[in-house]
Design a protein around this ligand. Structure first.
Ligand code: F3S
Length: 413
């Protein structure tokens, strides 16, 4: 691989041991994937934050990199941790878990990484522009950055994202190259999908069919048009705007579920996403509403829940408003967590949405999520969710039985 003079200097230890190690790892990755050189990245999103997922070995590695003097070169931020850093005691997180979690966050912070702890950095002011190269690692964030924003990122592992953060660069391969951003699976969706849960179910189905291919969706009449050009971020921005016929919130659920069931890092939606590049020989499949409903029925193993939780991926302010309105109609009786980034929580507190949700029995849980927190140790075994992605991980990582549906179907169970 061809390295710049600065990259060579990093490799030879001129900027300290941590950057040297990081450049060695990036170089090894670049060789494996046939990269000709590095490319500068403008931000890094680093997974491997929860003590539940990285354990003591991960913690020791991070402390070691921090002790070697590792300091990041670019804006860098974290995936969800294993607990809400302000409410962990109240939520019942075991103290020894909390101690380890704080040590992990301290090690990242020492390296100059912002402890945002969210999988939706794009809702917290970090929205790369179309064509911008970044190194993100959480699978739903990668999907959103590539597909909805048109940025360029591979799905980094936690360690490789950390290396990119320390060096400000990543090997040029995979989805950083336009020739690889081509769909080879066309998905025609029959029938109208109504809510985020439906888009998550669709994502689960298509993820299983993708088998390494990038899917390109063609929905019904509602998504015809050129797309692009609308400065607003959500649907309802004006009659007939094609770009927002499917809200960002639904796209977020769609992409997250596909990433979970089929490791899909990029997809296109005709008339909606900034890119639409389809191979002439692409296979075409049809997904019907019937298939979606069949999957939904299969996911429902429990008929009541001891925890209701939404915000996978982390909730937006628009989703919080929707929840507030539902809780004003009827409060919840079971514990109800809404997982979200801390800056979105702050926004909700400032505009009064948080208070309306809390009055209706909901709890805004920041910095963490239902999957990476120790739910099973906290006494929960049956969880109600509306997220396709959470349906993949909760049974395996948290030993949960599921109740799956749209908000109105799970809130009062
Ligand atoms: Fe985010 Fe956790 Fe879901 S990281 S996408 S809320 S599993």
């Amino acid at each position: 691989m061809e390295l710049t003079r600065d990259e060579e200097a990093m490799l030879h230890g001129k900027y300290g041991g941590a950057k040297q190690k990081a450049m060695e790892i990036l170089l090894a990755l670049g060789k494996i994937y046939g990269a000709s050189r590095m490319i500068k990245v403008t931000s890094a999103q680093i997974a491997g934050v929860s003590y539940k997922t990285i354990g003591d070995a991960g913690l020791e590695y991070l402390k070691h990199m921090a002790a070697l003097g590792g300091r990041v070169e670019i804006p860098s931020f974290l995936n969800p941790a294993g607990m809400d850093t302000e409410q962990w005691e109240e939520l019942g997180v075991p103290e020894d878990f909390a101690k380890k979690q704080i040590e992990i966050l301290d090690a990242y912070s020492t390296m100059g990484i912002s402890t945002t702890c969210t999988c939706t950095p794009y809702l917290c002011g970090i929205r790369p522009a179309e064509g911008e190269h970044v190194a993100w690692s959480e699978s739903s964030a990668v999907s959103f950055a590539n597909s909805v924003l048109g940025a360029r990122t591979n799905r980094e592992g936690g360690p490789s994202a950390l290396c990119a953060a320390l060096c400000g660069a990543t090997p040029l391969y995979g989805l950083h190259l336009e020739e690889n951003r081509v769909a080879r699976l066309i998905v025609r969706v029959e029938g109208k999908l109504e809510n985020r849960a439906d888009y998550g179910l669709l994502g689960l189905l298509v993820g299983r069919e993708a088998k390494g291919r990038i899917p390109a969706f063609i929905f019904g009449e509602n998504t015809r048009g050129a797309g692009g050009g609308c400065p607003k971020t959500e649907e309802g921005c004006g009659a007939g705007c094609p770009k927002h016929s499917i809200s960002e919130s639904k796209l977020k659920y769609l992409g997250a579920a596909m990433a979970a069931s089929g490791s899909v890092p990029l997809y296109f939606v005709k008339g909606v996403t900034p890119e639409w590049r389809v191979d002439e020989g692409a296979e075409e499949i049809v997904v019907s509403q019937g298939q979606i409903m069949e999957l939904k029925a299969k996911l429902n193993e429990a008929d009541e829940a001891d925890l209701i939780t939404v915000g996978c991926p982390h909730a937006s302010i628009e989703e919080l408003e929707e929840i507030a309105q539902l809780l004003e109609r009827k409060p919840v009786k079971k514990p109800f967590w809404i997982c979200l980034g801390r800056s979105v929580k702050k926004e909700a507190q400032d505009c009064g949405i948080a208070e309306r949700i809390e009055r209706g029995g909901g709890k805004l849980v920041a910095d963490t999520c239902m999957v990476v927190s120790p739910l099973e140790e906290m006494g929960f075994s049956k969880t109600a969710i509306d997220s396709g992605k959470a349906s993949v991980y909760l049974p395996t990582m948290c030993k949960q039985k599921l109740l799956f549906g749209k908000l109105e179907e799970i809130l009062w169970k």
